[in-house]
Design a protein around this ligand. Structure first.
Ligand code: ARG
Length: 460
């Protein structure tokens, strides 16, 4: 049997394997609400422009609403023979209202339909992700407020570098997530042009009103070029690029959670809610949730890569290759949403172990820079000389197997005579972080006021 929708010129039906490779209904049924919204907008416009009769339009609207409730109720039977969501909806519409259903597809094509559906879908997902990211930011901000003065080692090269506060570390992620939200918002703004009415690729001879359908669907305007409108998937690429960068941020924090919750670090504790045990080693508490968030970045970046490779060789306008955009995008965006939710739970749940973090912050001569700065500020030395002198003092402390603050004044003066008792006031980790009051610095008062600013900003 030839295809009812497009089989006019065919004398035989498709090979069975075509059902496997060609049909997209197994995954694009997810777009039913967007597909029906697009059809309702198109139908109303066709009637307003007298392209179809008001009574046919009324029937089509009634039928589409019934299709929607059938799908929502789970009583709709999707058919692979009907390939995709567009034809499944239209075929059922014909069963419900009869021949008038055939008038709906006037002046449009599945090419502009799918571009419209997918844009509407991606736009909805961006809204959802933005809300979730705001929630994750709020989680980090709450920790920052509680732990504005909780000292931990700051690392470079994963070597103890200078003391920072846990709150400061949390607020770093709030900034990263703010940029993620900005990227999604930017993608959303650029995608918001309607492809509907571009038809197959060249536009249509019917006197359609693309402004009207664009407005009805919440687009800012119609896309200006019909060839571009049906062949553009930048909106998916941009969203997946934003998703990939966001996933990288989540993965970096997940990696820190894995490190921090290890027995060797013990910087944070996680409740049983986010840890799992081992089936053989009774002592274990594994940070599975964090590890899985870290791994999600792989598949999200994979989706971006997959779609970039699909798109790069396609001539204008539509090619069926573009049907391959949906599964990776659905998978990536679903998993990003899941990762954000799990990460939000972990951020709310984690408790810093202040003693361990403070002890680690004090190890490794972490206030050496404070000593060098003191030599510049009080003894008036050029920073390069101060750096060299401090290096000698670190070597001396290493030799004596003690911290810088444990050296005697005589030890200090044996390296440089200008050093006085006052130097000891800058060698504690507390005085070190308290002194870092420069804009964006780790001083607890800075961190607290930044946390308060963010709290206010997130409320608006
Ligand atoms: N299922 C198709 C897709 O996702 C819809 C557009 C099909 N257009 C066509 N001319 N076959 O891309």
């Amino acid at each position: 049997m030839t295809n009812k929708m497009w089989g006019g010129r065919f004398s035989a039906g498709p090979a069975e394997i075509m059902g496997e490779i060609n049909a997209s209904i197994d995954f694009d049924q997810r777009l039913f609400a967007q597909d029906i919204a697009g059809s309702l907008a198109h139908c109303a416009m066709l009637a307003d422009r007298d392209i179809i009769s008001k009574s046919d339009a009324g029937e089509i609207k009634r039928g589409l609403e019934q299709v929607q409730s059938e799908i929502e109720a789970g009583s709709f039977t999707f058919s692979r023979g009907l390939e995709d969501i567009h034809m499944n909806v239209e075929a059922r519409l014909a069963e419900i209202i009869g021949p008038a259903a055939g008038r709906l597809h006037t002046g449009r094509s599945r090419n502009d339909q799918i571009a419209t559906d997918f844009k509407l879908y991606v736009r909805d997902v961006i809204g959802l992700l933005d809300d979730q990211l705001a929630g994750l930011q709020a989680g980090f901000v709450a920790q920052a407020e509680r732990h504005a003065a909780t000292i931990m080692p700051g690392f470079t090269h994963l070597q103890s570098a200078q003391p920072v506060t846990f709150g400061h570390h949390c607020l770093a992620y709030v900034e990263m997530l703010a940029r993620d939200r900005g990227r999604f918002e930017d993608a959303r703004r650029r995608l918001n042009q309607s492809p509907l009415g571009a038809a197959a690729l060249a536009g249509t001879s019917f006197p359609i009103d693309r402004e009207q359908t664009a407005k009805a669907l919440g687009f800012d305007s119609p896309a200006r070029n019909s060839l571009d409108a049906v062949s553009d998937r930048d909106f998916v690429l941009e969203t997946l690029a934003a998703a990939s960068i966001c996933a990288i941020h989540l993965s970096r924090f997940a990696e820190e959670v894995v490190i921090w919750s290890s027995a060797q670090f013990r910087f944070i504790s996680m409740s049983d809610k986010f840890s799992t045990g081992s089936s053989i080693m009774p002592q274990k508490r594994n940070p599975d949730a964090a590890e899985l968030v870290r791994a999600k970045a792989g598949r999200i970046i994979g989706a971006l890569t997959a779609l970039m490779v699909v798109m790069k060789g396609l001539p204008l306008a539509y090619s069926k290759d573009m049907q391959e955009d949906k599964e990776p995008a659905f998978d990536a965006l679903d998993n990003l949403s899941l990762a954000i939710a799990a990460m939000t739970g972990m951020v709310e749940d984690m408790e810093p172990v202040a003693d361990t973090m403070r002890a680690a912050a004090a190890a490794g001569f972490s206030t050496a820079t404070d000593l060098a700065d003191w030599l510049v500020r009080v003894a008036g030395l050029p920073f390069r000389d101060a750096h060299h002198i401090t290096g000698s003092l670190v070597a001396l402390a290493e030799e004596k197997r003690c911290g810088l603050e444990d050296l005697s004044l005589a030890d200090m003066q044996s390296v440089n005579k200008a050093i006085t008792e006052d130097v000891f006031s800058v060698l504690s980790v507390e005085s070190s972080v308290a002194s870092r009051t420069s804009l964006g610095g780790t001083a607890p008062e800075n961190v607290l006021s930044e946390a308060k600013n963010w709290k206010r900003a997130l409320k608006d």
